[in-house]
Design a protein around this ligand. Structure first.
Ligand SMILES: Cc1ncc(COP(=O)(O)O)c(C=O)c1O
Length: 371
């Protein structure tokens, strides 16, 4: 008997999440002096020095359990976001919160709706909970930005067994952004039995005037959950802190299923300190704007189609299978992300790095693509 047959069906059918290749792994594989990792949408500026100082100061307290209620971080977030602490659920990264939503609202016989090319964790969380994932084809470019969520089709996919819709805004790996009006109309049209998760992991980077802040609609839509993270613009991916903001009833349900100490001591303190360093956040967003333009210019120069992105990454079309190019870039010490598992076998996703890292990426790409 195979042990695999003992697992629940949803897990047996899963394809594991493919994280960006860690720098250490590449160092072990090839003897490389300089490695550039542009694979996981991390902050190339690191974290705020003020945050690191706070983390250093509290290192002596690691033998104690963290504050399981996250009191101080929730208070700081509540003040910043203009909500009540009881509306916030903290997670071990926002990934944890997405998983909690699935565990609380999904089970066998229910389904979740998400878009083609949407963030890979939605199917994982859905199927692990025993539910079925329903994928709505993305825009083909005729009625909305190519690769972007097609909210009309997503709405058509909703049925009496749907309990959750996942919307990433901006979406990873496409970087596509939904505007205020269309997202609002979609949320307003959703039936009452459906929880809408608006995943705003890249919220801070998307600065176009039409960019919705879904928190504004919490009072209006009782089934709305907005998720955000400290992993991206705040540069704390390694400390794992994310959160959901929602109505108090949903927050209470999510908190019931949450592991009691899901956010660690260092993460809690670092996130609270990070909220205060608005200068670092501003510098991050400005550097990202510049780096994203640098990437776009480089793709244009080389004649590659890229997907206009509102995040801290750009996906581009090589016009041929991307895996050999990805592998060759690895040997050059450059880690990017292949998107075959998203159904985009000719695309690579490149995170916005420093200007120097982007130059190194293009130099490596040019070497690799020499006929
Ligand atoms: C769209 C989206 N949502 C959520 C996450 C989860 O990030 P974290 O768990 O680090 O908060 C990511 C990470 O890449 C993402 O791209």
């Amino acid at each position: 008997m195979s042990i695999t047959t003992l697992a629940v069906p949803g897990v047996r059918g899963l394809t594991p999440y493919q994280p960006g290749k860690p720098i250490g792994e590449l160092e072990r594989e090839f003897a490389l002096k300089r490695i550039v990792k542009l694979a996981s949408n991390e902050n190339p500026l690191g974290a705020s020095p003020k945050v690191l100082e706070v983390v250093r100061r509290i290192l002596g307290g690691t033998h104690l359990y963290p504050d399981g209620s996250g009191f101080e971080l929730k208070a700081a977030l509540a003040e910043k976001l203009g909500v009540e602490p009881a509306q916030i659920v903290l997670g071990n990264g926002s990934n944890d919160v997405l998983d909690l939503v699935a565990r609380v609202f999904l089970t066998a016989g229910r389904n979740a709706v998400y878009s083609e090319y949407a963030f890979a964790v939605y199917p994982i969380a859905t199927q692990t909970a025993g539910a079925t994932g329903k994928t709505a084809p993305a825009h083909d470019g005729s009625r909305g930005p190519r690769f972007g969520h097609d909210l009309e089709t997503m709405l058509e996919r909703v049925d009496p067994d749907t309990r959750v819709v996942f919307i990433a805004n901006p979406n990873n790996p496409t970087g596509t952004l939904l505007g205020r009006g269309e997202l609002y109309s979609f949320l307003a049209a959703l039936p009452e039995h459906v929880i809408a998760v608006v995943d705003e992991a890249y919220f801070e980077y998307a600065r176009c005037p039409d960019h919705p802040d879904a928190l504004e609609w919490l009072g209006e839509f009782p089934g709305l959950i907005v998720t955000r993270t400290f992993s991206k613009a705040y540069g704390l991916a390694g400390l794992r802190v994310g959160y959901a903001v929602t109505g108090v009833e949903i927050a209470d349900l999510l908190n019931r299923a949450r592991q009691p100490f899901n956010v660690n001591t260092l993460g809690l303190a670092a996130a609270a300190a990070a909220l205060e360093d608005t200068g670092f956040l501003e510098a991050t967003v400005q550097a990202n704007d510049a780096g994203r333009s640098q990437l776009e210019a480089g793709f244009r120069e080389r004649g590659f189609d890229f997907i206009p992105s509102a995040g801290n990454f750009v996906s581009f079309d090589l016009g041929r299978p991307a895996t050999p190019v990805f592998d060759a870039l690895l040997r050059e010490g450059v880690i990017v992300r292949p998107l075959g598992n998203y159904g985009l076998p000719n695309h690579l996703r490149v995170s916005v790095g420093t200007a120097e890292e982007i130059d190194l990426f293009f130099a490596a790409l040019d070497r690799v693509l020499v006929p």
